[in-house]
Design a protein around this ligand. Structure first.
Ligand SMILES: Nc1ncnc2c1ncn2[C@@H]1O[C@H](COP(=O)(O)OP(=O)(O)OP(=O)(O)O)[C@@H](O)[C@H]1O
Ligand SMILES: [Mg+2]
Length: 228
């Protein structure tokens, strides 16, 4: 479970200071699904970076299961990221010179798994997102939706507790968007993930059980009883 208290993030640009997060308090339970919306520049990606331990807040605490990521030494933070948190981004961020299979395997290297275990786990993860037949393809030999599915397999192959997705359907057309949302929903259900997703897509946001809106670094959470 996440417990955020008084989280602020300031970026300095020369003489200017930008308040990307202006005091965020937020609790996210295990297995919850939270959708984050809001205008551009509001602080959505900044918040995901704090949740993922990719960056540290200027003040406040970001506890994941009682451990404050804001104050964790870098080596332990790297370990938390490698073991417990999966990331999916708008731009799939696959390594162009590696096959789908090899891209997924990269996530297992920090866990110290042996070669054969890595290969088997990666192959299973690709099968679970419907890409078993495309393992040997390079990213350029896959459609956008397929590339994003490889990125989802890479995020989930280590069996993380948390999945963070920053506009995962932002680069996809409508049919691929639906396909990716189905894959993500299926994975969320199957693995009991805590799933936090930023999206600009109101049709996705309408279906969310819990919706956070971030404006000018301030968050407001609404529960939606009618959600699927
Ligand atoms: N590394 C950085 N250095 C300086 N300013 C930054 C940095 N990252 C973000 N910002 C600023 O912080 C604010 C919040 O940015 P953030 O990327 O979190 O917004 P966002 O809600 O994700 O927007 P978008 O919908 O466009 O992705 C913006 O004003 C942005 O310009
Ligand atoms: Mg963003």
């Amino acid at each position: 479970m996440y417990q955020l208290r008084g989280v602020t993030k300031q970026y300095r640009r020369g003489k200017d200071t930008i308040d990307a997060l202006a005091g965020v308090d937020l609790t996210i339970g295990d297995g919850d699904r939270l959708v984050i919306q809001g205008p551009t520049g509001g602080g959505k990606s900044t918040l995901l970076q704090m949740l993922g331990g990719l960056d540290r807040p200027t003040s406040g605490s970001v506890e994941l299961d009682g451990v404050d990521l804001a104050r964790l030494p870098e080596a332990r933070l790297t370990k938390v990221r490698a073991e417990s948190i999966g990331f999916v981004f708008q731009s799939f961020n696959l390594i162009p010179t590696l096959t789908a299979q090899e891209n997924v395997e990269t996530a297992l290297v920090p866990l110290g798994l042996k070669g054969p275990d890595r290969r088997e786990r990666a192959a299973d993860a690709l099968t679970s997102v419907g890409l078993g037949e495309r393992r040997g393809h390079l990213p350029a030999e896959l459609s956008g939706g397929q590339q994003q599915r490889v990125a989802i397999a890479r995020a989930l192959v280590k069996k993380p507790k948390v999945l963070l997705a920053d506009e995962p359907t932002g680069n996809l057309d409508e049919s691929m968007r639906d396909e990716i949302m189905e894959v993500l929903a299926a994975q969320w259900k199957e693995h009991g993930l805590t799933f936090i997703m930023v999206t600009h897509d109101s049709s996705i946001a309408r279906k969310a059980p819990r919706l956070a809106t971030i404006r000018k670094g301030t968050i407001k959470v609404t529960e939606n009883d009618k959600a699927a």
